[in-house]
Design a protein around this ligand. Structure first.
Ligand code: FAD
Length: 640
C-alpha cells in the first residue's frame, strides 16, 4: 500500500472559509489542538468573494433595527421554513460577531458619526449589512487569518512552536471521514501538490466546506464548490436537510460566455440600481407577490423616495428577496423582453447623486469586473444580467445550538449546513451565519472532546478502503473522461433541476443521474509525470469530486420531485402555490444499502413548531399566510 502520513489532533476543521476559520479559532481558544484543512490555497475560499456585506441588526444607520426585526426578515425570506432556533441565535448573536471582528482588526466602512456603516439589501427592512466597500468577505478572511497568526505567535511564545495548537493544511483535500464504529475518528486526505495521502486522527471533525454550485452549469461558485462536505456527511451516516432549496441569484453576468454566471452583487440594487427590460420598463413592479404587497412600493416615485426617506416610503421591488427577483427576470426573458444576450438590464447610470465618481467609490469591484471582463463601463452603460446558481440552503442537519450532526463527533457550519435560511437565504445573512455558527460549531466540537471518556481509534481497514477508493481512477485504463461526465452532469442539473422545475423533468433528471452514476464508476485518468503520477493532477481531483457532485445532485433532484409546492428557492411549474401543509415538512436525505454503492433515501420529517414568544413577533395576518389553522397561536385561533 502507498505511503501515508499520520497526524493527531483534537479537532479537525475541514474548510478555511469564514465558517471554518471561525470554528478553528474557537476550538483553539478552548485549548484544543486544532487543524484547519483547505482544498484551495489558504485565503482563497468563497467567503473572499462575498461582496455586499454581513447582516447584523446593530441599528447604526436606522436605530429602529433590532434582533427581532432581523429574525422576522430572515423567517420571511426563508418563507417560514427556517430552523427558527437558528434564525433566532443568528439574529441575536450577529452584532457581537461583527464587533468581535472589528476588535480583531477588521476595518469596516463608517457612518458620518464614526459607527460601522450598514447598507440596504434585499429582504432586510433596515440598512443592515456591515461592509467594506464591495469586498467585505475579503476583509472577514483577512481578519480571521490575522487572528490565527496571532494565536500561533502566542503558541510560539508559550510552547516554542507556531503550529503546536493550530496548524493550517492548505491545498489538502479530504475524501473520506474515518469512523470508529458509529463515531468520527478522523479524516482521510490527499495533498494537491504531491498527491500524498494524509490521515488526520481526531475525535471531532467540523465540516465547513461551503456549497455545491459546480453541480450546475451556470454558477457564481468557483471550482472547489463540489458539495464535498455534504457528501462526506452522507457517507459517514449523517443526514442532509431540504436539499431542494438552491438559490439562483438574480444577477449573474450573462456575457461574454467565458464569464457567464459570475456574480453581480446585490449591493448594485441596494445602492439605487434598477432592473429594466428591453422595452426600457422597470418591470419589478409587476412581480410583487401577495405576501409582500404591503411592504414594497407600487410606483417608481415612491421607490426612489425610499432611499432617502425609508421611514415614510415602501421599498423598491428590486429589493425583494432573491427568489422573487430571479423568477421575475426569468419570466421577462421568456416573454421575449430580454437583453441581447439572454438577460435583462441592470443600471446605475444617472442613479447616484455623486454621478460616475460615486459609482466607482461605492461599487469599485463591479466597475472593475465589468470593465475587465466585458468591456462595459457601468458608469455609462447598463449591465446585462441573469440568474446564476449561487447558494444552497439545504445542508447537513445539525443541532442549532452546537452544530452537532447526527454522527457523534461530527459538526457542520456555514453553507454546508442546513436549516438556518429555510427555503431562501437573504443576502448578507451568510457572512454572519459563518461567524455565529462557526463559533458555535468550534465550541460544540471542543465540548464534545472534553466530554469523551475515551478517544476513538482509526481502524486500519477504514484507511485502506479510503486509499483504495482514491486510487481507483488512476488504476483504470481507458476510462471515461471526468470532464465529459462533469459537463453532462452540470447540463442535466441546469436544464432539468434549475430555476423552474416540473415533475416529468425531475423524473428525467433522476434517470439521467442514474446513467451518470454508472459513468462516474467508470471514470479513469492517466497518471502524470510528477510525484508517482499524482502530483497536481486536476483530472484525478475532478474524478474524485464527481462522487460528491453526483450524490448532492441526486439529493436535490429527489427532494425537488417530492416537494409538490413552490417556496423560496424551489419553484414547481406544476405546483405554483406555497402550501401551509408543506411548510410543516422537512425533507431529509440519507444513504442506505450497500456501503460500496449506496442509494439516497428521502423521508419527510415534521418541523418543530415555533416557540410562542417568537410567533408573537409577527402580525396575525402574516402568520395566516404561512401557517395552518392548528399551528396558529391560541389568541389568533380564537379570532378566526
Ligand atoms: P467557503 O468560504 O467556500 O469555504 C469552503 C472551504 O472549504 C474552502 O477553504 C475550500 O477550499 C474548503 N473545502 C471544500 N471542500 C473541501 C475538501 N474536500 N477538503 C478540504 N477542504 C475543502 N454572502 C453574504 O452574506 N454576503 C455577501 O455579500 C455574499 N456575496 C457573495 C458573492 C459571491 C460571488 C459568492 C459566490 C457568494 C457570496 N455570498 C455572500 C455567500 C457566501 O460568501 C458564502 O455562502 C460563504 O462565504 C460560504 O462560507 P463557508 O465558510 O461556508 O465556505
Amino acid at each position: 500500500m502507498t505511503e501515508i502520513e499520520r497526524h493527531s489532533y483534537d479537532v479537525v476543521v475541514i474548510g478555511a472559509g469564514g465558517a471554518g476559520l471561525r470554528a478553528a479559532i474557537e476550538a483553539r481558544l478552548q485549548g484544543k489542538k486544532t487543524a484547519v484543512i483547505s482544498k484551495s490555497l489558504f485565503g482563497k475560499a468563497h467567503t473572499v468573494m462575498a461582496e455586499g456585506g454581513a447582516a447584523a441588526a446593530m441599528g447604526n444607520v436606522n436605530p429602529n433595527d433590532n434582533w427581532q426585526v432581523h429574525f422576522r426578515d430572515t423567517m420571511r425570506g426563508g418563507k417560514f421554513l427556517n430552523n427558527w432556533r437558528m434564525a433566532e441565535l443568528h439574529a441575536k448573536e450577529a452584532p457581537d460577531r461583527v464587533w468581535e471582528l472589528e476588535h480583531w482588526g477588521a476595518l469596516f466602512d463608517r457612518t458620518k458619526d464614526g459607527k460601522i456603516s450598514q447598507r440596504n439589501f434585499g429582504g432586510h427592512e433596515y440598512p443592515r449589512l456591515a461592509h467594506v466597500g464591495d469586498r467585505t468577505g475579503l476583509e472577514l478572511i483577512r481578519t480571521a487569518q490575522q487572528k490565527i497568526v496571532a494565536l500561533q505567535q502566542e503558541d510560539h511564545r508559550e510552547l516554542g512552536d507556531y503550529e503546536a495548537r493550530l496548524k493550517v493544511w492548505a491545498e489538502t483535500t479530504v475524501t473520506r471521514l474515518l469512523l470508529d464504529g458509529d463515531r468520527v475518528a478522523g479524516a482521510f486526505a490527499y495533498v494537491r501538490e504531491t498527491g500524498k495521502f494524509v490521515v488526520f486522527e481526531a475525535p471531532a471533525v467540523v465540516l465547513a466546506t461551503g456549497g455545491i454550485g459546480k453541480a450546475f452549469k451556470v454558477t457564481s461558485n468557483s471550482w472547489e464548490y463540489t458539495g464535498d462536505g455534504h457528501a462526506l456527511a452522507l457517507l459517514a451516516g449523517a443526514t442532509l436537510l431540504n436539499m431542494e432549496f438552491v438559490q439562483f441569484h438574480p444577477t449573474g453576468m450573462v456575457w461574454p460566455p467565458s464569464v457567464k454566471g459570475i456574480l453581480v452583487t446585490e449591493s448594485v440594487r441596494g445602492d439605487r440600481g434598477v432592473l429594466k427590460n428591453s422595452d426600457g420598463k422597470r418591470f419589478m413592479f409587476d412581480y410583487i407577490p401577495e405576501v409582500f404587497k404591503d411592504k414594497y412600493a407600487t410606483s417608481e416615485e415612491e421607490a426612489d423616495r425610499w432611499y432617502d426617506d425609508p421611514d415614510n416610503n415602501r421599498r423598491p421591488p428590486e429589493l425583494l428577496p432573491r427568489d422573487e427577483v430571479a423568477r421575475a427576470i426569468n419570466a421577462e426573458v421568456k416573454a421575449g423582453r430580454g437583453s441581447p444576450h439572454g438577460g435583462v438590464f441592470l443600471t446605475v447610470v444617472d442613479r447616484m447623486p455623486g454621478g460616475a465618481e460615486e459609482i466607482k467609490r461605492r461599487l469599485p469591484a463591479m466597475h472593475h469586473q465589468f470593465k475587465e471582463l466585458a468591456d462595459v463601463d457601468i458608469t455609462k452603460e447598463p449591465m446585462e444580467v441573469g440568474p446564476t446558481c449561487h447558494y444552497v440552503m439545504g445542508g447537513v442537519e445539525v443541532d442549532p445550538d452546537s452544530g452537532a450532526a447526527l454522527v457523534p463527533g461530527l459538526f457542520a457550519a456555514g453553507e454546508c449546513s442546513g436549516g438556518m435560511h429555510g427555503s431562501n437565504r437573504l443576502g448578507g445573512n451568510s457572512l454572519t451565519d459563518l461567524l455565529v455558527f462557526g463559533r458555535r460549531a468550534g465550541l460544540g466540537a471542543a465540548e464534545y472532546v472534553d466530554a469523551l471518556a475515551e478517544r476513538p481509534a482509526v481502524p486500519e481497514d477504514e484507511i485502506d478502503k479510503a486509499a483504495t477508493e482514491a486510487l481507483v481512477p488512476l488504476a483504470r485504463e481507458g476510462g471515461e473522461s471526468p470532464y465529459a461526465v462533469h459537463s453532462e452532469l452540470q447540463q442535466t442539473m441546469n436544464d432539468l433541476v434549475g430555476i423552474i422545475r416540473k415533475e416529468e423533468e425531475l423524473q428525467q433528471a433522476l434517470e439521467a443521474l442514474e446513467k451518470l452514476r454508472e459513468r462516474v464508476a467508470r471514470v479513469g485518468v492517466e497518471p502524470v509525470a510528477a510525484h508517482g503520477g499524482r502530483g497536481y493532477h486536476p483530472g484525478w481531483h475532478l474524478a474524485l469530486d464527481l462522487r460528491n457532485m453526483l450524490l448532492v445532485s441526486e439529493c436535490i433532484a429527489r427532494a425537488a420531485l417530492e416537494r409538490a409546492e413552490s417556496r423560496g428557492g424551489h419553484t414547481r411549474d406544476d405546483h405554483p402555490q406555497m402550501s401551509a401543509e408543506w411548510r410543516k415538512v422537512n425533507l431529509v436525505c440519507r444513504l442506505t444499502g450497500d456501503p460500496g454503492d449506496p442509494r439516497v433515501e428521502l423521508r419527510r420529517q415534521p418541523m418543530d413548531p415555533m416557540r410562542d414568544d417568537l410567533l408573537a413577533l409577527f402580525e396575525t395576518d402574516e402568520l395566516k399566510k404561512y401557517l395552518t389553522g392548528e399551528e396558529l397561536p391560541a389568541h389568533v385561533k380564537e379570532v378566526i
